[in-house]
Design a protein around this ligand. Structure first.
Ligand SMILES: Cc1ncc(COP(=O)(O)OP(=O)(O)O)c(N)n1
Ligand SMILES: Cc1ncsc1CCOP(=O)(O)O
Ligand SMILES: [Mg+2]
Length: 197
């Protein structure tokens, strides 16, 4: 699995950052009408195809199916309504969020293409009911998921990457440390270098 996993909130961010060498990018659109969501997903799909990046569609699994996207990310609430059989029929891969062992068991029962654990560190992006997981939990998750790739998410920075990978994460997902950097393009390049190291 790609070690650098970029998450953006708008297709324009994806178009700005993917050309710097991003290979795995999630489009995480919130609070937009469905027509706008679908417009952005279609644009992201075409842009990623040209640039050799894997697009992951957050939440909107039906739109991903309709628009022929190959990868979705689903949280625990998203999983309640998701049609896993339809995703499988169309060969759409999926990653699933987990925060505790019950959720992990549920996620693994679906045979996901990756499991995400968060928030590893405190995140500024959204209010979460979960305490920070810390690196011990990353280590434990890696033992429990075995061959399923593990994505660490939440409060990650370049300085924290060595610890996260040493603890067993296969991939590091990031929003804020890139979005709020003075120069998001330079920060993206630095993340790519740090993840390759
Ligand atoms: C890689 C990755 N991990 C976790 C999440 C969070 O998904 P979810 O719990 O559904 O929350 P929202 O992102 O939808 O607010 C994610 N998007 N990506
Ligand atoms: C969506 C999500 N789920 C768990 S932590 C998180 C936010 C991670 O983003 P950031 O890199 O901004 O802390
Ligand atoms: Mg979600």
């Amino acid at each position: 699995m790609e070690r650098f996993y970029l998450i953006v909130g708008h297709v324009s961010q994806l178009e700005l950052l993917v050309p710097h060498g991003v290979r795995l990018v999630q489009l995480r659109i919130k609070d937009q009408p469905e027509t706008e969501v679908r417009r952005q997903i279609a644009r992201a799909r075409d842009f990623c195809a040209v640039h050799g990046a894997q697009l992951v569609v957050n939440d909107y699994w039906q739109a991903a199916l309709d628009l022929n996207c190959g990868f979705v990310h689903l949280g625990q609430e998203d999983m309640d309504n998701a049609d896993f059989a339809a995703l499988r029929r169309k060969g759409v891969r999926f990653g699933l969020s987990t925060h505790d062992e019950t959720e992990l068991e549920r996620a693994l029962s679906h045979g996901p293409d990756y499991v995400a654990l968060g928030p590893v560190y405190e995140t500024l992006l959204k209010q979460m009911k979960w305490a920070t997981q810390g690196l011990d939990r990353v280590r434990r998750w890696k033992q429990m998921v075995a061959d399923t790739p593990l994505v660490a998410i939440g409060g990650l920075t370049i300085d924290r990457l060595p610890g996260v990978f040493a603890a067993g994460a296969d991939s590091a997902a990031v929003v804020t440390d890139i979005q709020q950097a003075p120069d998001p393009e330079a920060q993206t390049r630095d993340w790519i270098k740090a993840c390759a190291a």
